[in-house]
Ligand binder design. Sequence first.
Ligand code: FRU
Length: 496
Amino acid sequence: MYSEALRESRRYEQIAAKKIKETDRPLFHLTPYTGWMNDPNGFCFYGGKYHMFYQYNPYASHWDTMHWGHAVSSDLLNWEFLPTALAPDEVYDQNGCFSGSAITLPDGRHLLMYTGVSVYHTPDGSKRDIQAQCIAVGDGVDYEKYEGNPVIASDKIPDGDSIYDFRDPKLWKGNDGKYYCAVGNRPKDGSGQILLYRSEDGYKWDYFSTLIKNNNRYGKMWECPDFFEIDGKWMLLTSPQDMLANEFEYHNGNGTLCVIGSFDEKTGKLIEECNQAIDYGIDFYAPQTVLTEDGRRIMIGWMQNWDACAIREPEALWAGQMSLPRELSLKDGKLIQKPVRELESLRGEKVSYDSVPVSDVIKLKGIEGRCADIEVNIRPEDADNVFHKFAVWFAENDSFRTSVSFRPHEKTVKIDRKFSGSRRAIVHQRRCLIPDSENGCIKLRIILDRYSAEIFINDGEKVMTSLIYTDIGADGISFFCDGEALIDVVKYELFR
Ligand code: FRU
């Protein structure tokens, strides 16, 4: 039943993974079994467990012909690796099994839909990669590719839209009992759009609508769509390539975009009301969500960015991490993200301080570590004399430190990993705007896990995510203020 490519990947990963020490991985962020990981795929709850598949090259710590890696978890934090789920072993996916998603069929079997990349001989005699949607059905461990693949190919793309950029299907079951699927695509104008397909059974698909067009507003191609209802609205998450920077909202290169509006289920159109970035840090891309049994919409992104992959040295035995799972909601028409509540089960020793004055640099006894959940409430000592800069420094020793700094007069928060031990000239800083923060009051929740920092600002109104591959011995934390601030700090050690 298994192809040579799948058997080889399953054999290789088991041997290679043994060389990776548990302590060289993050404590609770998912990393590849071995080799390279990018986008989350097929994020779902199936057979009593959360399943996370991922874009995977088991053979090296760089991107190459894509497989689907696989892991399961009961709490979204402790992950167990399962064998490779998909390998590129058919003519229609010989150049890779790209991103996709999963649903459960009425008979209890698990259906994966992914983008098969194959070789197309163009009319002018050259060769190009072409993309089509394929399915594989299985039991949560082993999957069999459908003999009718691909199920959505070029003949189902509206005339004039790209047959080369057509990828990353996200499936869901509609209120009408039909299956829906959103796919990233490019119209003639070269920018992005999301196509919707519909099916009665999950196997036979028809074009339904063009959900939304980019019209060259936010980057070019829109990758990895996810589309769902939340708090009375509909939300599209997508990851545009080739973004231009726009003030503090959107940064250059590969970015993230959240479009909020309503969904006309008759015409299949998203009626856009507003949009925003999803994460304002450096390393976050291609997020996918799952609806939990208790009704929470949880998102996990690839905690990395294509433009900054050089942060990881090529000799590394694994490369790529998934972000912390985040609970999504809407408040005043804006996306709110909070660390998944299960994180509280990893909390160990608690250290807390109230109203500590900070002027210049201070350290607080018991506030240190590289696996920690830290909440810092910051306010000026004198409301009429607000400091210019407040900073938390972490992953710090005599040689290194990463900082999150708050400048109330600019209303910005900045993450800066220049001194995190990186030897590459990639992006190391990013800023975001925090409206109404000129009074010097802000709340930061900082989640550290060995090689990353995720900063949740003002109860999840903005999030900034950044990888840091700083020597693990650098575990100091300090607080800095160029004026006078008061802080409350609550810190939990995180452990497993
Ligand atoms: C996004 C992406 C997807 C594609 C996959 C390939 O990061 O480019 O569009 O399916 O990665 O690995």
